[in-house]
Write a protein that binds this ligand. Structure first.
Ligand code: ATP
Length: 393
């Protein structure tokens, strides 16, 4: 039975406005165009808070993108020649992606696919799960196209792949399965689960960049720790119960904070290996090393000593260490440095000292530092005081 989705009734006007323009542009060119992927899933789940719209076109993407662009005048536009896709930025929280309907074939496990133009049905077949493999035909009266019974799986709360080779072709789908299962509180269907068990070893074949992207997606979920817990249960990542608890306590998890907890008690060798595996660059790796190093610093009380101890650490490392430390004195020390010492403006500058007769050079730098330390320790409390001290020093 044909099922028509009443987009105008539920979607915000801003979205239907752009969908109407896309439909008219496609009709003008004689192409069929479809709303696909996550937006269709979310509409059927009655979640209309949609920020990313994926459109699939049976036709020439470049030609369509030009016409659509001339009708909407987006704030941003990128055409990706090699992939035949276009991204339109409407605003900070509304993007429209347009791609030609395509088939994908995988020459080897876990590499990016070879892509060829195709019809919508083939395009749906290359997708990850039944719930993400539905389309709404904008040029055919908003008819739902659901060849894999995705709507039924949505109703029953099930994550199901489309074919047995799915995770071999693209192991990132394993992480995607975990994310959707946790996000919607869905079950991973038993044979999909068996294939995750069979194919999860292929996650190691991905490039570190692709692994990193998957981790970013996990951390961007509303409940990243729940997702990580599930990943641990499925044997995708090694996390002890204590680490899970530490991640919960850490609050909002950006990538480096997550890695700092994950690698907390690891040796330098393991940290280096894991950074490589998860595609972290040398800058990020250095920050993680500094966080580890900070843990071993002696807690200081005197303000000038705190300043001297911490001044050469990168700000990001200090902030992560402050969030993660369980030692309240260490937390106070880091807070003093980050919130007070670093914000304090020295009473005197190098130019002031030069005016007072100090020759330019190393000594001047040392005097400035000395005066600033006295200022932090409360022994100098005004510019006049500082000038008087500078003359004496
Ligand atoms: P969300 O962004 O809310 O996680 P989404 O479904 O929009 O969900 P995207 O990553 O933006 O997720 O992907 C858009 C669509 O592209 C998916 O719904 C799915 O149909 C398809 N897709 C994305 N990644 C894959 C993949 N690795 N394998 C197969 N299909 C994929």
């Amino acid at each position: 039975m044909e099922r028509v989705i009443d987009l105008n009734k539920y979607l915000p006007d801003i979205i239907t406005h752009y969908l109407d323009i896309a439909r008219d542009a496609a009709l003008e060119l004689g192409y069929d165009i479809y709303l696909v992927g996550g937006a269709v899933r979310d509409i059927l789940l009655k979640d209309y808070d949609i920020h990313d719209i994926d459109l699939a076109i049976e036709g020439d993407t470049a030609e369509f993108a030009d016409l659509f662009r001339s009708k909407i005048e987006p704030v941003g536009f990128i055409y990706h020649e090699p992939f035949n896709t276009a991204t339109f930025t409407i605003s900070d929280d509304l993007h429209i992606d347009i791609a030609m309907c395509r088939t994908e074939s995988y020459p080897q496990k876990a590499v990016l696919p070879i892509v060829e133009p195709a019809e919508l049905r083939d395009d749906l077949k290359r997708r990850d799960f039944t719930i993400n493999a539905m389309a709404i035909s904008l040029t055919e009266g908003n008819k739902l196209v659901d060849i894999f019974s995705g709507e039924k799986d949505l109703k029953n709360g099930i994550i199901r792949i489309l074919h047995k080779k799915s995770f071999l072709d693209d192991p990132t789908r394993i992480w995607r399965a975990v994310r959707y299962a946790c996000r919607f509180d869905f079950e991973i269907e038993p044979s999909t689960l068996t294939l995750i068990e069979r194919d999860k070893g292929n996650l190691s074949l991905l490039t570190p960049e692709r692994r990193r992207y998957e981790m970013e997606c996990v951390l961007n979920e509303k409940e990243p720790v729940k997702t990580l817990q599930k990943a641990k249960e499925l044997g995708l990542i090694d996390l002890s119960a204590e680490l899970i608890k530490r991640l919960e306590d850490a609050g909002e998890l950006d990538e480096l904070t997550f890695m700092a907890v994950y690698l907390e008690d690891k040796t330098d060798d393991v940290i280096l290996r894991e950074c490589e595996y998860w595609g972290l660059n040398s800058h990020d790796r250095d920050i993680l090393m500094e966080v580890k190093d900070l843990k071993s610093r002696t807690v200081q009380k005197q303000h000038s000593k705190i300043y001297k101890t911490l001044k050469n650490y990168p700000e990001k490392a200090l902030e992560i260490a402050r969030r993660l430390t369980r030692d309240s004195r260490m937390k106070d020390m880091l807070s003093y440095y980050l919130d007070t010492a670093r914000e304090t403006v020295p009473f005197l500058t190098g130019d002031d000292l030069k005016e007072l007769g100090y020759p330019e050079g190393k000594l001047l730098g040392e005097k400035l530092q000395e005066l600033f330390m006295l200022q932090l320790d409360g022994e100098i409390d005004s510019r006049e005081d500082a000038i008087a001290r500078a003359i004496k020093l």
